[in-house]
Ligand binder design. Structure first.
Ligand code: AHR
Length: 658
């Protein structure tokens, strides 16, 4: 008897381990439409963190081009020599001055005072550091647009000259020289000069300026940009092609900008981001540079005009974020919020921004937009007022600011912040206030949580009242810090994917969502994980990037009913006759899956899958270790069979026979 029991137990164990696993079942009801899916459900958020913009997306190759650099962490702050080095031969003095500048918004400029036969050499090392560590990346045969402002004093205008060229560390010339001399009639006035430098070799370079002769020559706003760029005719200059492509490939429904913390500035009010500092024509000379709260400077070369143009370029709706009259509430800032009186005045600036986007060319700010090159309005429909704010001080200011917007532009949707956390009394209190006072507005939630939190909260929005609309403005799965860097692993990405099936199932409530941060320059890490990594010449995308891309590329128009008897995360949408099926297997076991698809006749579907070792990450050395793979999947008699690998996201598209 005992022997028999042992034998039957062994038989059960054998069956459990060796018989083929029972297939999970996913049943799709294509004609049972639950609700519309927001066309802006998946978007992106561009903030100048990790050198995302200056030193990244912005094509300016000269770091500290107008000698305004400040270092927030240095008590004196001024760091105006950043990225520049000087060599002179005793008969020349090179100084930084600020009296009678090119523009009062950026007062510092460089002065060379040359004695007879004087010589001074000034070099810029770009964002890559000195040439041994990268320098300015140049490629043989490629053209680089140079511009700079010079002012020769009367004596220099007769005998002094400035020549500009690219050189390597040893001083070998890597481009022909652009030569400038003063003239008697223009002496004492700032003149803008342009040239095109063709690189004679490839590698890291310095932009080198040599001043020779006698007299005083002033230099400011030295700029160098690759000719090959997006938006070469924008007043700010343009953007890096490969990075713009990477953004476009995310199929973003919207683009949030400029922050994040950047929208609020640093610790003092004078550093707060003022959109008016970011626009100008014909070029960017008058745009007031401000210290970036994440380090370095915001040159404003990518200002509001360039941002709106970028939105058009990548097919995304703009979502500008303006501060709410408070500096960052999460930091120990020095200046108090604006008074209510000041807040009322500040509302005018927000209205001006909307006029800049929407106003006719005959309005003050619409006129500036037209002058900058875009007579037609931009497609502005949203404005976010505040970033990660909460509490009475915020909501009273939000009421004034959003009230002014609603009165003048009732067609614009205002976005109110619910604070920086996912759970607890802060966000509960925010929601209570918002429901009472701002029920028609879109509610901006932000949370960075452990990876495992995301799948276990995939039902978060099932519980939200259907009358509210959420803008999930920042989120990402964070794994434990390893050294100074959290990896963007496949596991984190799949946890996000599981959560995103919940977002999609609730896309009547969550109408917009975006991962943060977007971009990170190698060696300039302020925050991890990030969606896209780049250096001067290469870009790689993280598994989270591919998850965002795969979801956005198959974001349907309507959510349909689907059910599973297994533990898979899933959502099914349709666009006309096309069904989009998303399934996440967040386990270490392969899972056979049967999909029941009434209404789908025999056909082969396009499938795309992201899978691999759960701890794997991409890198510059292995950019595609984790990358989507396409495959075919057949459906016979309304039934499709497939094997979901462990740790995988699978998306299938079938056509309905209707
Ligand atoms: O995304 C990085 C930062 O996280 C943002 O600037 C801020 O809003 C949040 O705290």
């Amino acid at each position: 008897m005992k022997r028999l029991r042992v034998l039957s137990l062994l038989a059960v164990l054998f069956a459990a381990f060796f018989s083929p696993a029972r297939a999970d079942m996913l049943t799709v009801y294509p004609s049972r439409v639950l609700h519309q899916v927001s066309p802006t459900l998946y978007g992106i958020f561009l903030e100048d963190i990790n050198c995302a913009v200056d030193g990244g997306l912005y094509t300016e190759l000269i770091k500290n081009r107008s000698f305004e650099n400040e270092n927030l962490w240095n008590p004196r702050r001024a760091d105006h020599w950043e990225a520049w080095s000087v060599r002179n031969w005793g008969n020349a003095k090179v100084t930084l001055e600020n009296e009678d500048p090119l523009h009062e918004n950026n007062p510092t400029f460089l002065r060379t005072e040359l004695e007879e036969n004087g010589f001074a050499m000034i070099r810029n090392q770009g964002f890559g550091g000195n040439v041994l560590r990268g320098g300015i990346p140049v490629e043989e045969g490629k053209r680089y647009d140079l511009s700079l402002w010079l002012r020769f004093d009367e004596s220099a205008s007769r005998v002094a000259g400035v020549s500009v060229f690219l050189s390597d560390a040893a001083g070998n010339e890597l481009s022909p020289r652009a030569e400038y001399r003063g003239s008697a009639e223009k002496s004492g006035t700032w003149q803008r000069h342009e040239a095109s430098l063709t690189a004679l070799g490839s590698g890291g370079a310095y932009l080198t300026l040599e001043a020779t002769g006698e007299g005083i020559v002033d230099v400011d706003m030295v700029s160098l940009m690759p000719e090959d760029r997006v938006g070469g005719d924008w007043p700010g200059g343009g953007m890096r092609k490969d990075l713009v492509e990477a953004l476009k490939d995310l199929h973003p429904g919207f683009l949030r900008f400029p922050g994040g913390c950047v929208a609020e500035g640093t610790y003092v009010r004078s550093d707060a981001y003022n959109w008016k500092d970011s626009v100008s024509a014909p070029d960017a000379v008058s745009r007031r540079e401000i210290p970036n709260t994440w380090g370095g400077m915001l040159t404003m070369g990518v200002g509001y005009y360039e941002y709106f143009c970028l939105c058009e370029e990548i097919g995304a709706l703009p979502v500008p974020v303006v501060h709410a009259g408070l500096l960052c509430q999460a930091r120990d800032v020095k200046d108090p919020p604006l008074t209510m009186e000041e807040t009322e005045k500040y509302a005018g600036d927000i209205l001006d921004l909307i006029e800049f986007a929407l106003g006719g060319a005959d309005t003050e700010w619409g006129g500036l937009r037209a002058l900058m090159g875009h007579p037609e309005p931009f497609d502005l429909r949203y404005i976010a007022i505040g970033n990660e704010n909460w509490g009475a001080a915020y909501f009273s200011r939000y009421e004034v600011l959003s009230g002014a917007v609603k009165e003048k532009y009732p067609e614009i949707t205002c976005i109110v912040s619910a604070g920086p956390v996912a759970e607890g009394s802060l966000i509960r209190d925010s929601w209570n206030t918002i429901r009472r006072r701002f029920a028609d507005d879109l509610v901006d939630e932000h949370y960075y949580m452990d990876s495992a939190w995301f799948p276990s909260h995939a039902d978060r929005y099932d519980k939200y009242p259907r009358t509210t609309e959420v803008f999930l403005g920042e989120y990402a799965a964070h794994e434990p810090v390893q050294g100074s860097r959290r990896p963007g692993s496949l596991y984190a990405a799949l946890c996000e994917a599981a959560f995103m099936t919940g977002i999609e199932r609730n896309s009547d409530v969550v109408v917009m969502s975006c991962y943060a941060p977007l971009l990170c320059r190698e060696g300039e890490v302020d925050w991890t994980p990030d969606l896209i990594w780049f250096n001067d010449t290469a870009v790689y995308k993280t598994p989270s990037y591919y998850v965002q891309q795969m979801f956005a590329a198959s974001c349907g128009e309507e959510l349909v009913v689907s059910e599973t008897d297994g533990e898979l995360f899933h959502s099914v949408t349709r666009t006309g006759n096309e069904l989009q099926i998303k399934v996440v297997n967040l386990s270490d076991k392969a899972k056979p899956l049967t999909i029941l698809l009434p209404g789908v006749c025999d056909q082969t579907a396009d499938g795309v899958m992201l899978t691999g070792d759960k701890d794997h990450v991409n890198s510059f050395a292995r950019t595609d270790k984790i990358a989507p793979q396409t495959f075919d999947c057949s459906c016979l008699d309304g039934e499709a069979q497939l094997d979901l690998p462990p740790w995988s996201l699978t998306i299938l598209k079938f056509s309905l026979n209707e």
